[in-house]
Ligand binder design. Structure first.
Ligand code: FAD
Length: 523
C-alpha cells in the first residue's frame, strides 16, 4: 500500500512537473507500475549525459521500469496522450552523440534499474543453446549467466559494459563478426514495445517486419525488453597474438585472407587490427599487452615508404584446456601463411573471460587517472574493401599524418554475407568492408592543442569530407547526423523508403529515441 502511495505521488509529481496531459482514466494504469518514476535531479542529470560527453539534454523524468509492462504502459501513455511526449530507452548510456537522450521527454533507464534480478529475467536454455535476457542487461552479465552452463554468446563487442538493447539497436561488432556476423545476426527472438505501446514478440517467422526493423534500428521502432541470443559451447582459454606490418597491402591481404576462412575449423576465432600512427599509441588503453617480454623497438620497424605508419594484426584462437597440446601447432600453421614482420610476434595466453573483458581492465586504469570521463569525439566508419587503400593514403598517412592520435584506431574487415539485408543497419555495397574506428579522447588541459575537442572534431569533419569528395562510399557505424537530408543520404533511397515506412507503422507519432534526430516528433 505504501509503495502504491509513493508511486501515485511520483507519477502525480511527474504529471505536474512535466505538464503531461494524462486523463484521469490513464492514471490507474500508471499506478499499477512495478517500477518507479523519478524527477530527482541526480537521476535526471545522469540521464542527461552519455559516454561522448559532448552533448547534454535533460529529460523531464526518468522511468526505472520493473517489467516490460511498465515500459509498455509508459509508451502507451505517450502515444495516446493528446499532447504526446518523447520516450527514449537508455541502456548504459555509452552513446557518443546524445542518441539515448530525450529532451523534454521521459528516459526509460533499462540497465541497472529496478529490473536487476538477473536470475528472474535471464533463462538459459542449455539444450536449445540460447538465452533469454532483459533488454537492459549488460553483456558482461549475460556472459556470467551463460558461463554457469558452460555456454557463451557467439558474437561480441570489444567492451562488455554495454546493454543488449543498445548494441542490438546498432549491430554489435567485434573480431568474431567475420565468422558469426554481428550480434544482430545472432538473435532468434525479441519482445518489443512499439511506439504505440504494444508489447509484441517478434522473430523471422512472427511479426518479422518488426523484428528486422528493430535490429540495427537505432531505437526508432520499439524498445527491446527481451532478446533470445544464440549460444555456443564456451572455450576456456584464448591464445592472443599480435603481429606488425609496415606495408598496408600485406596487412590487408592477410586480414582478408583470414576472414575468407570463415566457417572452417582451421581459422582464427577473432580477427581485428589497428593502426599505429605514433609510438604513444602502443601504450594506450586498447593495446596494453605489448609486454616487456617482447621488447621490440617499434620505431625500428617503421618504413619511411609507408609514411611512418605501422599496422597491427590482432588474432585469437580459442581452445579448451583438454586441447592445449595442439594449440601451438594450430596457431603456427595459420601464422605461417601470413606476411608480417618476422620479429614482431607478440603472444599471450589467458582465460576466455579475461580476453572478452579486456577493455574493462583498461577502463579501470583510465578511470584511476581521470581519463575515462572525458569527451570522446569517436568516429566509426564502414569502408568498402575496394577503397581501403585510398582511405589509408588519404586518412592514416594523410590527414592523421604523424600527429598524436589520442586514442586507438581500429581497422578490420568483415564479410557482408554475415549481415542480413532485411535489418535496418546500413553497410557498404561490397562483399567485404572494413570497420575503421577512430576512438579518440579529447583532453582540453592546455598541454597540446592537437588533443583538444575542437581539433579532433575538426579532423573528423576533414575525414568525412575527404570520403565524400573522393566518393569512397563509407557508411557511418553508430551514425550521427543532424538533418533528415543527411539521414536520407546515409540510408540511400531504397533503405530510407523502408525505414520511413517502418517508422510510420511502428512509431507513427515519432516519439521513440528522438535523440537520434532522424524524425521530428509529431507531438
Ligand atoms: P545507449 O547509449 O544507452 O543507447 C543507444 C541507442 O539505443 C539509443 O538510441 C537508445 O535509445 C537505444 N536503446 C537503448 N536500449 C534500447 C532498448 N532496450 N531497445 C531499443 N532501443 C534501445 N560497439 C560495437 O559494435 N562494438 C564495440 O566493440 C564497441 N565498443 C565500445 C566500447 C566503448 C568503451 C563504448 C563507449 C562503446 C562501444 N561500442 C561498441 C558502441 C556501443 O555498442 C553503442 O554505443 C551502444 O549503443 C551502447 O550501448 P548502450 O547500452 O550504452 O546504449
Amino acid at each position: 500500500m505504501a509503495t502504491r502511495l509513493l508511486l501515485t505521488f511520483a507519477i502525480c509529481r511527474l504529471i505536474v512537473t512535466v505538464g503531461l496531459t494524462l486523463y484521469p482514466t490513464e492514471l490507474p494504469r500508471s499506478i499499477l507500475a512495478d517500477g518507479h518514476v523519478s524527477v530527482d535531479p541526480s537521476d535526471v542529470a545522469s540521464a542527461s549525459i552519455d559516454f561522448g560527453r559532448m552533448q547534454s539534454s535533460e529529460p523531464l523524468a526518468v522511468l526505472y521500469p520493473g517489467s516490460a509492462d511498465d515500459v509498455a504502459r509508459l509508451v502507451r501513455s505517450a502515444y495516446e496522450s493528446p499532447r504526446g511526449f518523447a520516450v527514449s530507452a537508455r541502456g548504459h548510456g555509452h552513446s557518443i552523440n546524445g542518441q539515448a537522450m530525450a529532451s523534454n521527454g521521459i528516459v526509460i533507464q533499462m540497465s541497472g534499474g529496478s529490473v536487476h534480478d538477473h536470475e528472474a529475467t535471464t533463462k538459459v536454455w542449455e539444450k536449445l543453446m540460447y538465452v533469454d535476457v532483459w533488454g537492459g542487461e549488460l553483456w558482461v552479465d549475460v556472459l556470467r549467466s551463460t558461463l554457469r552452463h558452460g555456454l557463451a554468446p557467439k558474437s561480441w563487442t570489444d567492451y562488455l559494459y554495454l546493454s543488449v538493447g543498445g548494441t542490438l539497436s546498432n549491430a554489435g561488432i567485434s573480431g568474431q563478426a567475420f565468422n558469426h556476423g554481428p550480434q544482430i545476426s545472432n538473435v532468434y527472438e525479441l519482445d518489443v514495445v512499439t511506439g504505440k505501446g504494444e508489447l509484441l514478440t517478434c522473430s523471422k517467422d512472427e511479426n518479422s517486419e518488426l523484428y528486422y526493423a528493430v535490429l540495427g534500428g537505432l531505437g526508432q521502432f520499439g524498445i527491446i525488453t527481451r532478446a533470445r541470443i544464440a549460444l555456443e559451447k564456451a572455450p576456456t582459454r584464448v591464445r592472443w597474438i599480435r603481429v606488425l606490418y609496415s606495408n598496408f597491402t600485406a596487412f590487408t591481404e592477410d586480414q582478408e585472407y583470414l576472414i575468407s576462412l570463415h566457417g572452417q575449423s582451421e581459422m582464427f576465432d577473432y580477427v581485428e587490427g589497428f593502426v599505429i600512427v605514433d609510438e604513444g599509441l602502443i601504450n594506450n588503453w586498447r593495446s596494453s599487452f605489448f609486454s616487456p617480454r617482447n621488447p621490440v623497438k617499434v620505431s625500428s620497424l617503421k618504413s619511411d615508404d609507408e609514411g611512418g605508419v605501422l599496422y597491427c594484426l590482432e588474432v585469437t584462437k580459442n581452445y579448451h584446456e583438454s586441447n592445449a597440446d595442439f594449440i601451438d601447432q594450430e596457431v603456427d600453421a595459420l601464422l605461417k601463411k601470413l606476411n608480417f614482420i618476422p620479429s614482431s610476434v607478440f603472444t599471450t595466453d589467458l582465460p576466455y573471460v579475461d580476453f572478452l573483458d579486456r577493455v574493462h581492465k583498461a577502463e579501470l586504469k583510465l578511470r584511476a587517472k581521470n581519463l575515462w570521463d572525458v569527451p570522446h569525439p569517436w568516429l566509426n566508419l564502414f569502408v568498402p574493401k575496394s577503397r581501403i587503400h585510398d582511405f589509408d593514403k588519404g586518412v592514416f598517412k594523410g590527414i592523421l599524418g604523424n600527429n598524436k592520435t589520442s586514442g586507438p584506431i581500429l581497422i578490420y574487415p568483415m564479410n557482408k554475407n554475415k549481415w542480413d539485408e532485411k535489418t535496418s543497419v546500413v553497410t557498404p555495397n561490397e562483399d567485404v568492408f572494413y570497420l575503421v574506428a577512430l576512438l579518440r579522447s579529447a583532453l582540453d588541459n592546455g598541454d597540446d592543442e592537437m588533443q583538444t575537442l575542437d581539433y579532433l572534431s575538426n579532423q573528423n569533419r576533414r575525414i568525412l569530407g575527404f570520403c565524400q569528395d573522393q566518393g569512397i562510399g563509407c557508411k557511418q557505424y553508430l551514425p550521427h547526423y543532424t538533418t533528415q537530408q543527411e539521414w536520407k543520404l546515409h540510408f540511400g533511397d531504397d533503405k530510407w523508403k523502408q525505414f520511413n515506412k517502418r517508422k510510420t507503422e511502428f512509431d507513427p507519432r515519432h516519439i521513440l529515441a528522438t535523440g537520434q534526430r532522424i524524425f521530428t516528433p509529431l507531438i
